[in-house]
Structures are given as C-alpha cells and as structure tokens.
Write a protein that binds this ligand. Sequence first.
Ligand SMILES: Cc1cc2nc3c(=O)[nH]c(=O)nc-3n(C[C@H](O)[C@H](O)[C@H](O)COP(=O)(O)OP(=O)(O)OC[C@H]3O[C@@H](n4cnc5c(N)ncnc54)[C@H](O)[C@@H]3O)c2cc1C
Length: 448
Amino acid sequence: MFDPRDVYGIVRPRDVEEVRDTVRAFARAEGGPRLQALSTGRNWGLGSREPARDGVVTLELGGLDAVRDLSIEGGWAIVEPGVTQLRLADLLAGTDRMLNVTASSGHTSVLGNSIDRGVGLRRQRTLDLAGLEVVLPDGELVRVGWWPNGEHPGAVNPQGLGPSPLELFTQSDLGIVTAGVIRLLPRPEAQCVLRLGFGSSRLTEAVDELRRWTAQGLVSGVLKVYDTVSTRSYGGVADEYLAHLCVSGTERSVAAITQVIQDEAEGSGLFARVLRSDRHPPAPDDMVAHAVERLYAGDPSRNEAMLRSAVGREADRVDAEGGGWLFFLPLIPFTGRAVSRSQELLAQVHAETGVRPGSTVNALDPDVVDLVVSFRFPRTEHHAEQAHRALDRTYELFAEAGFHPYRLDSDHHAWVDRLSVDPAARAFVRRLKRTLDPRQVIAPGRYA
Ligand SMILES: Cc1cc2nc3c(=O)[nH]c(=O)nc-3n(C[C@H](O)[C@H](O)[C@H](O)COP(=O)(O)OP(=O)(O)OC[C@H]3O[C@@H](n4cnc5c(N)ncnc54)[C@H](O)[C@@H]3O)c2cc1C
C-alpha cells in the first residue's frame, strides 16, 4: 500500500542474453520508459515490487535461476537473481559450509537482498558479496569484484586491485545484476542459543552489558533483541524484552563460552531469565525462538511460519492478500542510551499517531545496531493511511536524533538527498550516472 506508480509493463527474460537485448532495445528508444530491475520482488515492508518512480517497465529476473557453480572448499557459490535462500541453503545441507540467511521467507532472492544491502543472522549481506555480473546501460556485460578463475580459483578478494567497482552496483541504478558470487560461511561444529529476558526498566544497562559481551568476542553472528510488540508480531511468546544470542564454534568452546555468558548474565542481576537452547528448548508454540535457532545455523525452513504470523499469508500471496506491513530501517549506535532513545521515539510515534511500532535490535558489530522497526496493520484504507503517517513521523523523529536509515522504501527516495553527508558526493554519483547511462535506460530507483 505504498504509492502506486505507472508501470507500463513487465519483461521476464529467460537468460542473460535476453537481459542484454532488452537493455539495448530500451537504449535505442530515447525518452521512452525506463527499466526497473528486481529479482524475486519480495521486498516486503519497503514497497515490494513497486518502483520508486513513474514511467517504468519492470524487469523481473526471477527466471534466471541457475546456481552456476558452487565450491564448498573455496566457500563460494555463483548464483543468478532467481536463486532463493531456501534453495541455496538446501544445497549446502550436510556440508561444512552454510549460507548467511535472513529472517524473511525462504523464497526470497539471495542476490536481490544482498544488492539491497539486507541483513542476515550472521552479518550484513554485503559482506557475503564477492563479485557481481552486471549488464551496463549500453548492454555491455561486466564482471566486477572477484570471480573464480577456471582450474585455479584462488582466494576470494572482493576489492581486487585498484578502485573497487563492486559497491557501485548495490542500491544502484548504474546496472542490472545477472549473477553474483556469494560467500559461504564455514559451518560451526556446535551452536548454543541463549535467550535472555529483561524488563523495560533495565533496558539501558542490559543493552550495555550485551554490547560488552559482543565487544569481547563472546557472541557469534547478529545478536537480536526483540521488544514485546515485535516478538508477538513474528509469532513468539514474551512479556519482556528478549535477547537471542548465539554462541558457535567447537563443542568445547561453545560449552565454555555459553557457561561464561550464563555466569556473566546471572552475576549482572539484569536479566529476569537466562535460558539456553541445550537445556531449555523453546516452547513448541514459540515460533520466533525456534526459527532464530535454525537461522543461526543457516536454515531458513522455519521462516514461513514467522511470515504467516507477520502478514497472514504464504510468500506467493503476501502482496495480493497479506496484512499491512511497513519497515523503517535505521542504523543506531550499539549503546544502551541510543537503544533507549529509540524506544522513547517509538513511544512518541505511538502517542502521536495511535500506531504502535515494534522494534528489533540486530547488532551488526560492537558499535552498530540495525534497528528493524515494523508497523503491522489491518489492510484497510484507514489503517494504511494511519500506518504510513506513523512511518513518515518515524523518519522525521529518527533523523532529528541522528538515527539514519540504511535502506529506503519506495515512497522515501527523496531522503537520499536529505540525509547525504556531503552534497558534492551526491553530485559525484549523479555524474557517474550521467556518464554511464546518458539515455536514462535504467530507472532511478529508491536510492537516486
Ligand atoms: C517477516 C519479514 C521478515 C523479514 N526479514 C528480513 C531480514 O531478516 N533481513 C532483510 O534484509 N530483510 C528482511 N525482510 C525484508 C524483505 O522481505 C527481504 O529483504 C527480501 O529478501 C527482499 O526481497 P527479494 O529478495 O525478493 O529482493 P527483490 O525485491 O527482488 O530486490 C530488492 C531490491 O534490490 C534491487 N534489485 C534486485 N535485483 C536486482 C538486480 N538483479 N539488478 C539490480 N537491482 C536489483 C531492486 O531495487 C529491488 O527493489 C523481511 C520481511 C518480512 C515481511
């Protein structure tokens, strides 16, 4: 229920040559519609398939769905846009590699999410991107970053030598991605997930304590803290803030570190509950805890239950029939003070608009939290209008507090300029666009 755009048609190429032909055809017609690429188009909460601008033809790349190559030893897979995380995760089951999976549906695109700089349970997906195959606006095909070289693939080096063009094609209107090299993580030999509950009065101190453990290397992957609204939205059980914290490694290192964290948690007196997955498995109806455990291990098979809880439908029917769902995705400092401030701002949004957002802390490293703010609402015109008003207000309040989004929805592309740290840098990127795409073959997307 974002603003609908004028979309003149949909093109579904079946291979890379058809993508290049399409791009060349659009390059010949001056002043015509522009191309907006997507992979599986399940960008829920950020506009799904809706382009940011009018006058486009959508290029749906889900039909390019080959896993072109896979090296367990080297730790990489070459995938096309239609390859879903469920499919790649299945291919890796039983091997000593795993995919950094997200909490979205298993039927979402590994490449689409990575290009939009999504976040998995192990780390931000851009860190998984080693190389991209891109069709440029004149139809030329280039490979940027790292690609395995025949019989001697060598070691992964995404930056290559000299200026690195890889990042030019994430959140980008400079090219259309037809394949990518995705890094595969070593599969841990053992894993334990701790669930730590605490009341809102302890939020600041508890987050500072979680940060301390992260900074000291006790935590594996992305530490998550759900508030009560978000836990319930995704189908979990909680009447308090609930942190999910993964420890992975060898059997003995996991046993030792889990015990260290348990002792630290109990010694701090901050946590009302300290539960370990090996001793206290989650209740059968706690979909979030079950899914999160599997996700840390690279298995997205429990995600569809969370999706159904969030939006009421299976992946294929979310956009047509699902409940309302919006995301606001800022990065905030990993400090108790910043997280508490974010909760005050969300309470203000609730008080002013009547809409109560949920939030989840995703700690990307000891300094940075990806705060996933979600708005869930019944799909009526009235509720949609109210939720979008709450989203607009959230953008404003968080920007004033210095908490800027790292991904944008299709209605808020103008925020790219508003949040730019240096107008000259924006002008530089626009100069690149004019140089590479003088005929505006590729539509300016959500980040232009
Ligand atoms: C319950 C729920 C949980 C979620 N959990 C997460 C989560 O844990 N992490 C997360 O990151 N997101 C999450 N999401 C948001 C979203 O569903 C995912 O980001 C999803 O992977 C995006 O859809 P997609 O993979 O089909 O990408 P697409 O919609 O195909 O692509 C996303 C964008 O990337 C660009 N793009 C895609 N393909 C190309 C291409 N070939 N060439 C050029 N540009 C391209 C386009 O701008 C496109 O709009 C969640 C959503 C819900 C509802």
